[in-house]
Design a protein around this ligand. Sequence first.
Ligand code: ADP
Length: 477
Amino acid sequence: MKLLSVASEIHPLIKTGGLADVVGALPAALAGEGIQTRTLIPGYPSVMGRIGKSKKLHRYEALFGQPATLIGAKVGDLDLIVLDCPTCFAREGGPYDDMTGTGWSDNWRRFAAISRAGADIAAGLLKGWTPNVVHAHDWQAAMTLAYMRFGAAHAVPKVITIHNLAFQGWFDATIFDALGLPAEAWSMDGVEYYGGAGFLKAGLVSADAITTVSPSYAGEIRTPANGMGLQGLLTGRADRLHGILNGIDMDDWNPASDPLLAKTFSRRSLSGRGANRRSVERRFELDTDDSPLFIVISRLTLQKGMDMLADTVDHLVALGGKLAVLGSGDSALEGAFLAAAERHSGRVGVRIGYDEALSHMMQGGGDAILIPSRFEPCGLTQLYGLRYGCVPVVARVGGLADTVIDANQAALGAGVATGVQFAPPDAAGLRQAIDRTVTLHADRPLWTAMQRAGMAADFSWGKSAARYAALYRSLLP
Ligand code: ADP
């Protein structure tokens, strides 16, 4: 089977979050299911700079009025089709935002362009390679399915994955004419959404199957509390909605061979964690002692509950804990953590920014990773934490609820506990979870048993890839 995956990020070329990890890891996992994946991505500078030997596949004289080229390239085992459209993608800044964090004003055109190209490929644009199934990720790629449905590729099975319903790609109605869709696409059953053009919504109504990245999130998004306005639509399409848990790349994230660690370690021998811990303490200018070392690797946003954590830092320190925060996001939250580091010299350290290497070291040296999200489609950092013996302390929502086994008496007794959960996701709950964690950490044999139980859990892509493969096959004519 040939699969076209369409996405706006892919690890290791361009990443702002878990979407990139998933889009980058799924092709290798699907290969084991006999599926050949090609991934269509935008030609950002970081992508164009890395693709090396490449092949011109198609030239658009004018794609939304801009010259553009589809380029075939291999990076590692990834088989890429890159949309090289300099006026859309050759610019400094992030994939969605400029240097100041403001969304690019032409985002609708940039992501309609990649979607238009995806639909053209589905319709047979490339000689010798036409996909049997198209899989679009998030709002940036969602219009692929609308272009297919209202165009020549309407019969090709269409799958969309929601990685985060909070980002929907909503634009002013005035762009509709420029999208180049037939007039009938402007309807409740098409692109129109609350009077504007809804890219994600258009993908959801056009898809033959909708997936989310954890079973719990698939249920939560059908409720007013978490449906972000789309709960009615998603409830109406519940028979096509599937929750398939994300896996992790077990090679990139392997504590026994990770070159980004000061010292490697394994489930059997955890002693190497000490060297990583010292490295984290040095990098974050924290005291060198054995008190519980909490870490955070996150976008600093309200979704991630970082405001609750900022309000709980003093409590964490009063209990004798230490905190290392790596992240960036809302400037007020960045400021709150920097202020906490000033208040608690040696106990709280903060690095504002994105640092893949440091994130590995933190997972390898921290005692517990804090993830107090208000909602979490899947979450990957708890999975990396489990694999590295960094015990997750999480809000009981979405994928966090599905992957962490709370250290209640029954689970501890049975030796299956892997972390600490709290509910509802509020500051009081987080405080109590930190209290429980500090108490658990003081009982070293019990703590080590929890670390080992987490490290034994299998979050490789195998099972999930099999579910995606079964889903694709069920859609074939
Ligand atoms: P989301 O995609 O909602 O941001 P996930 O937990 O699904 O959250 O994925 C986040 C990914 O980004 C993980 O791979 C995590 O390690 C990484 N990450 C987040 N913030 C940083 C950071 N500041 N530095 C390095 N890696 C980060």
